[in-house]
Ligand binder design. Structure first.
Ligand SMILES: [Zn+2]
Ligand SMILES: [Zn+2]
Length: 328
């Protein structure tokens, strides 16, 4: 439901941003369904945004009115131990626009602690492209480059080819890895092939990946978030392989039975990925500016703000193809 509410004011260390583009994500659907107890009604969702700063709190030093910015979905407090180590994505008192505070399915959004959390958007990136980075794309980048340390010539398996999975296919391919895309939906596998996947697998992924790679993938990502894809991702690794858990594990899947005997026998490494710290944006933005990565290709469609309610509601009924971005 769209209605008019009072304009937000910036906090002393925060800004107000006029939203130019904002992505629609599966976690918005989870929020809308009531799966997230941190949300209190009335509420404004939306967390993958690009916009222009229109008001600045008196303590902000690094940003001014007119700056074009984006923000990771998880904003840090700046004071806790993880924040002091530069790991704002696992802040102990994190603020998440669209979840713990009002978000960007709006004309204006207030963002906290601007100097710590905002990322300037280079002019080479469009509003829609920048909005598509804030959650799924940067999480895929973090999984592959910050955690798994993917290298050219390695095999990378991607389980689940929704928005984050397709981003992982693009990023791993650009890194010089050979990608095996796994999904049950042939259309998504076709998209994965277009984005550079060397192989596409729709059944018995563990055996298929072991066969294709001669022993297992070096890196594997569960980009869907389910007990089945998580365990498949670990089982398809070669010795000393790296598994990155990117898809959220909800409800009954929160405590997946991991094959820990295989983890120890093969010295597997297992990474949880909760977005990405602000300090890692530069490397990703440089890769985009160089043309090696083209996040705009993952955007399937743009819609108006008044259509966002129906779009979020439909996510429970239809599998999404690529990324939808709202342009208010
Ligand atoms: Zn998201
Ligand atoms: Zn913190």
């Amino acid at each position: 439901m769209i209605e008019t509410v009072p304009d937000p004011e910036p906090e002393r260390d925060g800004v107000v941003v006029a939203v130019r583009a904002t992505g629609v994500c599966r976690s918005d659907w989870h929020a809308w369904m009531g799966h997230d107890p941190s949300i209190v009604l009335p509420h404004v969702p939306g967390h993958e945004l690009c916009g222009e700063v229109v008001a600045v709190g008196p303590e902000v030093r690094g940003f001014s009115v007119g700056d074009r910015v984006t923000v990771p979905f998880c904003c840090g407090c700046g004071a806790c131990e993880p924040c002091r180590l530069g790991e704002t994505q696992v802040c102990e008192r994190d603020v998440q626009p669209g979840f713990t505070i009002w978000g960007s399915f709006a004309e204006l959004v207030a963002l906290p602690r601007a100097d710590l959390n905002l990322v300037r958007v280079p002019s080479a990136l469009s509003d829609v492209e920048a909005a598509s980075l804030g959650c799924r794309f940067m999480t895929a980048w973090a999984a592959l480059h910050v955690h798994a340390g993917v290298r050219a010539g390695e095999w990378v398996a991607v389980h689940g080819c929704g928005g984050v999975g397709l981003a992982a296919v693009m990023i791993a391919t650009a890194a010089g890895a050979s990608v095996i895309a796994v999904d049950i939906d042939e259309r998504k596998l076709e998209r994965a092939r277009t984005l550079g996947a060397a192989h596409a697998v729709s059944a018995d992924p563990v055996d298929a990946i072991r066969e294709l790679t001669g022993g297992g993938a070096h890196v594997s990502i569960d980009a869907l978030g389910s007990a089945v894809t998580c365990v498949n991702s670990v089982r398809c690794l070669r010795r000393r392989g790296r598994h990155a858990q990117v898809g959220l594990l909800l409800a009954d899947d929160r405590s997946v039975a991991m094959p820990m005997a295989q983890v120890i026998a093969h010295e597997l490494r297992v990474f949880g990925v909760h977005g990405m710290a602000v300090r890692h944006y530069d490397g990703m933005l440089r890769a985009i500016a160089s043309g090696a990565l083209r996040p705009g290709e993952l955007v399937a469609k743009t819609i108006a703000l008044r259509a966002v309610g129906e779009e979020v509601a439909s996510m429970g009924r239809f599998a999404q193809e690529g990324v939808t971005v709202v342009v208010p």
